[in-house]
Ligand binder design. Sequence first.
Ligand SMILES: Cc1ncc(COP(=O)(O)O)c(C=O)c1O
Length: 397
Amino acid sequence: MLSPQEMRKLIPFMDTVHYLDNASVVPSSTRVWAAMEEYGQKYPLNYGVGEFPASVEAAAKVNEARAKLAKFINAKAPEEICFTKNTTEAINMVAYGGPWEARDEIILTTVEHQSNIMPWLRLVQDRGVVVKFAQATKEGFVKPDAIRALVTPKTKLINVTYVSNIFGTITPVEEIGAIAREAGAFYMVDSAQAGGRLTMDVQKSGCDFMSICGRKSMMGPQGTGALYIKKELTPMLKPLDIGSRAGRLVDEKTMVLNEAPYKFEAGVLNTAGMIGLGVAVDTLAEIGTDNIQKRIAELTQYMIDGLLAIPEVELYGTHDAQKLAGVISWNVRGHSCSEIASRLGKEANVCVASGAQGALLAIRPLGVNGVVRSSVHYFTSKEDIDALLAGLKKILA
Ligand SMILES: Cc1ncc(COP(=O)(O)O)c(C=O)c1O
């Protein structure tokens, strides 16, 4: 198993800064870059079209990556994984392609990222669906009862984030999956913030769709993501884009679509990125998500305790890191979040995020327009957190 220190050595960027913005993006390891370089040197081709060996090799590597990701999330078959350019695209694929019609009710939560709200609001305008929001608690927890209270015979989809990108709270995805099953509704989980931090098990959670982000804690390349679609549902979902590879033209009036996953992967995708994502998955599997989760909880508690000792800091959400997945949000009284993030960057070489983080409904109950968000990963060191705390104290001195 790779220790946190060994993992850190695989990400040279970590030698240059104190990086606490892992909820935005996590730089890929040298293993990922090496795999993409190998692709660039040995088989830098489209996959699945050429018959010559290098092209066949590229196709084999993409298929391998698909199979690895499928195994990692406990999908039943690689065909249940469609590669996408990001999480947003994966969510739009379900919103556009699903059987959502006028007066169908879609339950979301107030801690969704706007990428998991806006595609559904468009359906309110375009198709007359009804979107309902289950209110999270003040600490950012999605309670199954809040979902249950919104269920009616018209509920068609329950769609929840696995981890809040503001509070870091972990949604009880299995319990909510049971509610969806009882209601006869489809069930979707946005795992953008959970991937690489928590176990992703599509069978246990009982989800029909799961959106996956490559570039965050999965440690894959930017511009990569995936959508898990339960096999039985792939014929039902219409592809967002169609064209070459998604199917073929038969004559002036007729076209046929391929089977999943190809029907959802029109045009040429990011071949190097998909291969890189497969290698990132290998590394996560080697460390083990249980180990990652344990280490993240320890570091998060250390960060919470340190921040709580600074009287000017207002920390949002729970102070119990066991209930979190490595992400916390806070503000410093008398200072804007952007001032704090910018000064920490310039004066202490500490990287944190600031702003609304695309989660307006989540931060609104806090009575602020933005937060400072600090987030850790397996390879984060206590020194990174000490640098944050020392930097803050210096700014406040
Ligand atoms: C919970 C959540 N969902 C969706 C997204 C959108 O992700 P992407 O940029 O991969 O489309 C984010 C990004 O921050 C997120 O945190």
